[in-house]
Design a protein around this ligand. Structure first.
Ligand code: PEP
Ligand code: MN
Length: 263
C-alpha cells in the first residue's frame, strides 16, 4: 500500500493546517523530553518567533538505562496540549504502548513511533487504528525494506497518514552517535509515496554539523527536518550533549532558510 507503484502521487499529510509531503518542507523542533511547563513554554515562544509551526517533545521516553529519566508521561502530553494551544503550534510526541493511542488522540497532533519500537508490531497495529498521523522512525539497525514494511503495518490497518523519518543507523563510526544514511531519502521517496523526513539531531548526536546535514537532507529531497532544542541543554534530563540552545537553533534555522533549499 505504501509503494509508489500502487500510488504514484505523494501522500500529503495535514498536521493542523501544515501540509507535509507537498511542495513545502516542514521544520519540527523542540526538546528531547518535556521536562516542565516553563521549559516547554520557553521553547514554544522561540519557535513561534521563528515562524515554526510544529513542536516535538517526548513524554514517554524509551531510555537505554532504567535509572535514567523516563519522561513525565500523561502529564507531559497535557503540557504539550496546553502550550501548543497557547502558541498555536502542532505537536508530535512518542507513544510506546498500544494502550496509549487514545491518550495521544486527546492531547497531541502526531504520534511518534521511536526507533526502538519500529518493529513493535502491536504498537504499529494500534497506530494503524489511530485517527491522527504517525511519524515512524527508522530502527537503529533496520534495513530500508524493514522500515517500509513497518510503515505498511500501520497503513494496512487503515491509517494512511504515515510519515517516515531517517534518524541514523548504528555503524562502526564513533565520531557520530549514529550514521546518517542520506541515501535513505531518495530511496524512500522513490519506493514509497509517503513523506520522508530527516532527524539531524539523533542521526549525528552532535551540534556542530547540523546545518550541512540538514542541507544534504533537503538537497536529497527530504520533506522536512527534525531537530532538538532546549532552553538550557546542559541541564537537560535527556540527550544533554546533543540538544541545541535557542540561539544555536536560531542560527541553524537562519542557515537553512538562507540555503535556498527550504521553500
Ligand atoms: C526521540 O526522537 O525523542 C527519540 C527517542 O528518537 P529515536 O527513537 O530516533 O532514538
Ligand atoms: Mn532525544
Amino acid at each position: 500500500l505504501v509503494s509508489r507503484k500502487k500510488q504514484p502521487e505523494n501522500t500529503i499529510i495535514d498536521v493542523k493546517g501544515n501540509l507535509i509531503g507537498g511542495s513545502a518542507q516542514v521544520m519540527i523542533a523542540g526538546p528531547c523530553s518535556v521536562e516542565s511547563y516553563e521549559q516547554l513554554r520557553t521553547v514554544a515562544a522561540a519557535l513561534k518567533e521563528a515562524g515554526i509551526k510544529v513542536m516535538r517533545g517526548g513524554a514517554f521516553k524509551p531510555r537505554t538505562s532504567p535509572y535514567d529519566f523516563q519522561g513525565l508521561g500523561v502529564e507531559g502530553l497535557k503540557m504539550l496540549k496546553e502550550v501548543a494551544d497557547e502558541f498555536g503550534l502542532a505537536t508530535i510526541s512518542e507513544i510506546v504502548h498500544p494502550g496509549h493511542i487514545e491518550l495521544a488522540e486527546q492531547y497531541i497532533d502526531v504520534i511518534q513511533i521511536g526507533a526502538r519500537n519500529m518493529q513493535n508490531f502491536e504498537l504499529l497495529k494500534a497506530a494503524g487504528e489511530a485517527k491522527i498521523p504517525v511519524l515512524l522512525k527508522r530502527g537503529i539497525a533496520a534495513t530500508l525494506e524493514e522500515f517500509v514494511h513497518a510503515a505498511e503495518y500501520i497503513v494496512v490497518k487503515g491509517n494512511t497518514q504515515v510519515m517516515l523519518i531517517e534518524r541514523g543507523i548504528r555503524t562502526y563510526e564513533k565520531w557520530t552517535r549514529n550514521t546518517l544514511d542520506i541515501s535513505a531519502v531518495p530511496l524512500l521517496k522513490q519506493e514509497t509515496h509517503l513523506p520522508v523526513l530527516v532527524d539531524v539531531t539523533h542521526s549525528t548526536g552532535r551540534k556542530d554539523i547540523l546545518l550541512p546535514c540538514a542541507k544534504a537532507a533537503l538537497a536529497a529531497g527530504a520533506d522536512g527536518i527534525m531537530v532538538e532544542v532546549h532552553p538550557d541543554p546542559q541541564t537537560a534530563l535527556s540527550d544533554a550533549a546533543q540538544q541545541l540552545d535557542i540561539p544555536q537553533f536560531q542560527q541553524l534555522w537562519e542557515g537553512m532558510r538562507n540555503s535556498g533549499l527550504f521553500t
